[in-house]
Design a protein around this ligand. Structure first.
Ligand SMILES: Cc1ncc(C[n+]2csc(CCOP(=O)(O)OP(=O)(O)O)c2C)c(N)n1
Ligand SMILES: [Mg+2]
Length: 341
């Protein structure tokens, strides 16, 4: 730790050190750089698909800080680039997924942006919305049955996903069994082209927690420190045998849903520009400068380093081969059996 915590006197920081604040900021810069790279590679015709976490940076960087590496389990969804980075995946691993190369942990056969890492405790997940939530609950059930009281599962999803039946069933089961689980909802106000008021009659998702019999809370997902405080509290409760909770971070999706979407067909540019005024990345940068956690030259150096790392990860991943067609059924069927035999 380079500086002591006394540097920031007025900031409520829930025990976060200067080093951790800088790490969160670097994560946010890295998210933005990798997002941008994914969209560029798509427009260059090098990758068929990409989507971004722009607007979710603070929420994900803050939440990742509350995850205990080597113990907790993360069951994320496709927009969780910052969570994946924050629990230890490298930009190179992210690029292997985007480029669908054989060396990717999923063998290059998953949808892009669907990361997994056994080492990091990151569960592989499905594009089918909410399908991963019962899986996460199952993992939490296993932790409870094994009496591993110092571990918890952090499961995430978007606002729209909370309308799926599996989401409700999973929450109910987690509550009944008092499982060590935190349901983190990343509310960005849109489910592709569907706004919140067309997704649900009660737009305050955290309030559903009471109906299941668990604690719930809503927080400002544009603030990484507040996010950390809320996620840490919920994870500590889960680890300590206090059961599950539903926490809802408010953010906004600045980009289109994905490279396959044109958001100007269902929302206005003015709406996006209005939300951009609260962009969490420059806001956090300004806060860290004001509090003396970073200097302007340190920010500059960090941005250059993030770009360098992104460029290297891109080049390294791009140079690697795709999976072989002959490996299509590897790890799916036992032995050499092929489905057409
Ligand atoms: C069961 C199911 N229905 C529909 C889709 C198509 N789909 C993919 S992402 C998405 C929107 C999800 O919105 P939200 O949960 O709010 O997450 P966000 O993308 O906004 O982060 C939809 C409808 C799907 N993948 N699975
Ligand atoms: Mg959404």
């Amino acid at each position: 730790m380079a500086k002591t915590d006394t540097t920031v006197k007025t900031l409520a920081r829930y025990g976060l050190t200067d080093e951790q604040l800088r790490e969160m900021f670097r994560n946010m810069l890295m998210q933005r750089q990798l997002d941008n790279r994914g969209f560029q590679l798509n427009r260059q015709g090098k990758v068929p698909f990409a989507l971004g976490s722009e607007g979710h940076e603070a929420l994900q960087a803050g939440a990742a800080m509350a995850f205990t590496r080597g113990k907790d389990i993360l069951a994320p969804y496709y927009r969780d680039l910052g969570l994946a980075l924050g629990i230890g995946l490298t930009p190179f691993e992210i690029m292997l997924s985007i480029f669908a190369r054989a060396q990717d942990h999923n063998g290059g056969r998953q949808f892009p942006n669907h990361y997994s890492s056994k080492k990091a405790g990151l569960m592989s997940f499905s594009s089918i919305l909410a399908a991963h939530i019962p899986h996460a609950v199952g993992a939490a059930y296993a932790l409870k049955l094994r009496r591993q009281a110092d571990r918890a599962v952090l499961v995430t999803c978007g606002d729209g996903t909370t309308s799926e039946g599996e989401w409700h069933e999973a929450m109910n089961f987690a509550a009944i069994h008092g499982l060590p689980l935190v349901m983190l909802v990343e509310n960005n106000e849109w489910a592709i082209s569907t706004p919140l008021d067309k997704q649900m009659g009660q737009p305050e998702i955290w309030k559903r927690a009471e109906g299941y019999g668990m604690p719930g809370k809503r927080f400002n997902g544009f603030d990484p420190i507040e996010t950390y405080g809320v996620v840490k509290e919920a994870m500590d409760r889960a680890r300590g045998g206090g059961g599950p909770s539903i926490i809802e971070g408010m953010c906004y999706r600045f980009l289109a849903h994905s490279t396959d979407d044109n958001d100007m067909t269902y929302r206005t540019k003015d709406e996006v520009v209005e939300h951009r005024k609260h962009d969490p990345v420059p806001r956090f940068e300004a806060l860290l400068l004001e509090q003396g956690v970073l200097t302007a030259s340190a920010v500059d150096a960090m941005k250059k380093d993030v770009l360098r790392e992104t460029n290297e990860a891109t080049d390294q991943a791009e140079a690697l081969p795709y999976p072989q067609a002959s490996d299509l059924y590897t790890n799916l069927f036992e032995g050499a059996w092929q489905p057409w035999q």
